[in-house]
Ligand binder design. Structure first.
Ligand code: GLA
Length: 379
């Protein structure tokens, strides 16, 4: 996969700008093992970086101009100057413009450059192709400006700022931070209040499977931002800074809808700790149990799942049995599902899953196994 990507990027750069780039950076996508809709409540998350990525080939030009070519968007181009607020024009360009704008406002190193972008993260699947693009761009711009080893947390905050201020999604920090800071073979336990993170080893005999539900996440910013607003309303009603600080007995003071939202956040934070302990203890049954309860909570209390996703998760869980688990992952409203089980069962589980899904008349199923990869950086 990555050889193909390297060739496509080199050819695309040569056709767009002539010659060869000075360097190439990469940023992975991510899948969250557990802890969804907790990050913007100052809570806990446990994602991994996946073996699909965005790459940016860069060459500094010694000017303040940026020229960008998106090889996966019909080789469309964009050109603008580094400076305050480049205008919004929609589509992929706003992710680039928003990232440059955030980096500019936050004083991160920036230099004029020619940039070619290509990647293999499925889009609209909830695997963070946009956060991956933002972090890859920030690495490319830092490299073009001659900055070495930019701090992961600074890059993640700038990328989140681009989403919040420019694109209009009020996302938390999970995606950008794990993409910037992940370490190979580990999941990253992130405390989204302090932004401290602890790399937690994934037992080497476990497999992580990503399955596409077939429901593409469309324009879901509105529903996502509404969930966030409800969480903020619940925290305000309880007189606390964020739902991270809520205790289950206090939730009875909330009106029913806000109570359900808060209930999810409080119990999900506890499940992240359970899952971390399961990783440390190599306990697949305990992880599976936490994943199952997480899915039910996202479906019933937070109401961000989708019937087709629920069906896929139920099917996966019945194929896996008690030694492992499956759940929706990320923002929800469709997209991919994540499953964890013993590596030596991967072929059998995938075959049985595909057969059952097709027997139910649900069409072809896309899935891939992934290792836990390292975070973004130069190649
Ligand atoms: C999206 C957001 C993240 C996080 C998840 C849900 O991926 O970008 O910040 O809120 O949804 O856990």
């Amino acid at each position: 996969m990555s050889d193909l990507l390297a060739r496509r990027l080199a050819d695309g750069f040569a056709q767009g700008f002539g010659g060869a780039p000075s360097g190439v950076v990469r940023a992975p996508g991510r899948v969250n093992l557990i802890g969804d809709h907790t990050d913007y409540n100052d809570g806990l998350v446990l994602p991994i970086a996946i073996a699909r990525e965005t790459r940016v080939a860069w060459r500094a030009t010694g000017t303040r101009q940026l020229r960008v070519i998106a090889l996966d968007a019909g080789r469309e181009q964009d050109a603008f100057a580094i400076g305050p607020e480049p205008s919004r024009i929609g589509g992929w360009r706003d992710y680039v413009r928003g990232t440059v704008d955030a980096a500019y406002r936050r004083g991160l190193p920036l230099a004029g450059a020619e940039l070619a972008i290509a990647g293999d993260i499925p889009q609209g699947s909830g695997l963070s192709s946009s956060a991956s693009l933002e972090i890859a761009l920030l690495h490319a711009l830092a490299a073009a400006a001659g900055a070495r080893n930019p701090a992961s947390v600074e890059l993640a905050l700038a990328a989140q700022d681009a989403e919040n201020a420019f694109v209009g999604t009020r996302c938390g920090i999970m995606d950008q931070l794990v993409i910037a800071a992940a370490q190979p073979d580990t999941a990253l336990l992130i405390d989204c209040r302090s932004l401290d993170s602890v790399a937690t080893r994934l037992p080497p005999d476990w497999a992580v499977l990503i399955v596409q539900s077939g429901v593409t996440r469309g324009l879901v910013e509105g529903a996502y931002n509404l969930r966030r607003a409800q969480c903020e309303e619940a925290a305000a009603a309880l007189g606390i800074k964020a739902l991270r600080d809520a205790r289950e007995p206090d939730l009875d003071r909330l009106e029913p809808l806000l109570r359900k939202r808060a209930q999810h956040v409080v119990t999900e934070n506890a499940r992240v700790v359970e899952a971390r302990d399961a990783l440390l203890g190599g306990d697949l049954a305990a992880l599976g149990s936490a994943m199952g309860r997480s899915h039910a909570s996202l479906r019933d209390d937070f109401e961000v799942s989708h019937p087709q996703v629920d069906r896929l998760v139920a099917l996966l869980q019945s194929v896996i049995g008690s030694e492992g688990g499956a759940r929706m992952t990320g923002g929800g409203f469709g997209g991919a599902v994540v499953a964890v089980f013993a590596r030596n069962r991967a072929d059998a589980i995938r075959a049985q899953l595909t057969e059952s899904w097709e027997n139910e008349g649900m069409g072809a199923l896309g899935s891939f196994l992934t290792d836990a990869m390292g975070g973004a950086g130069s190649l």
